[in-house]
Design a protein around this ligand. Sequence first.
Ligand code: SAM
Ligand code: SF4
Length: 452
Amino acid sequence: MKKVFVKSYGCQMNVYDAERMADMLTTEGYSETKAVEEADLVILNTCHIREKAAEKVYSELGRVRELKKERQTQGQETKIVVAGCVAQAEGKEILRRAPAVDVVVGPQNYHNLPELLRKARSERVVDTEFPIEDKFDHLPKPSKAMIRNRGVSSFLTIQEGCDKFCTFCVVPYTRGAEVSRSVTKIIDEAVRLADAGVRELTLIGQNVNAYHGEGPDGSIWSLGRLLHRLAEIPGIARLRYTTSHPRDMDDELIAAHRDLPALMPYLHLPVQSGSDRILDEMNRKHTGDEYRRLIERIRKAQPNLALSSDFIVGFPGETDAEFEDTMRLVADVGFASSFSFKYSPRPGTPAAEMEVQVSEAVKAERLARLQNLLETQRQAFNRGTVGQTLDVLLEKPGRHPGQMAGKSPYLQAVQIETDCHQIGDIVTVRMTQAGSNSLFGEVVKPGNQAAA
Ligand code: SAM
Ligand code: SF4
């Protein structure tokens, strides 16, 4: 059997796509390996969101080229594929910069991989057209064993692409226009995952709450309605979704946070900045106060909500006062966890052409201040859960023998001492201590067992 090694960079969409590529290649006679040295096929599933992410690919390609040469001296062939958003954005340029690469394939085309690998026996190939057909229709279904191997929490893509065109972002160019999968296809996939033992589904999309898929009755379903339907699937105990845009948080979705016990009290809702002028320049189409009011409404529906966000500092033209608006918004709203980045100019996006770029030194200083505040809030949130009794989904063995690791409803990592539970159980845990990255707790009730 030939071996494939897949390395994924960036967002959850890439993690999901990497799994689909591995599933597909099993039908072509490949088995997945975690050791790149023994791989006959190396796939780098790349991210183009910031310059650093894109450049990482080229340094990794340098290392893989050395392995390819070494295997060649032993008479073994290695094919190298660059997939994902760098592939889409740079296409042929990758073949020029990295002569060891055999195939370049965009995120909408990876269902063509078997065909591209056949072609690559005699030539180097690039496939980055946006096809009309739905790639998901061409992908084989993973076996129960493969699903189980990946754990009890699974991603499920329900929507792809983005029509929002925030001025800093490459996603609309690399992932294409917004498309929602049909309800029937999503339910089929969710049932298959649940039958194999998956207990938690995270619905993913670049703009997941803009979901508007065709229902079985021909009407258009919103994300709120889809979540209610997915909660009915036997075995599925927890639902999450990411990443959302503030403009698409509709009443039905907010009500689901109140009415649907399976929908976890956690929301990743990027705000990017607290300054109205910067938000306008970013083309986010909401103000800081609109975001504050939206969060108030969601917290009214789900008072226990753990809120998470993305922030960009040093967007072109951002003044000290405008950065302070972001700090104020963070102080006002309060976040349980967050991701924050220095603005990175992306070729082809409007913000990259804006005249007044902020210096690296100023960006670094602002990022440090913001991250300091966000980290203080994260730790305070974690400490606030000590003493509480929360359900924990057990996902894997813990760090030490006799321990298991799982996730709280708020997506916190939790370590518990136990020797009588199995992966997939949901146990009720009293939190006893907050470490820097995990909580520690003791089981107070065995809770809801995983299906045998
Ligand atoms: N769709 C999501 C939204 O509307 O917020 C964001 C998806 S994007 C893959 C993830 C995050 O990367 C963004 O929220 C933003 O904070 C960050 N990001 C995107 N482009 C960036 C850039 N040019 N520089 C720095 N950070 C960027
Ligand atoms: Fe990028 Fe998100 Fe804006 Fe779409 S909504 S352009 S994915 S940041």
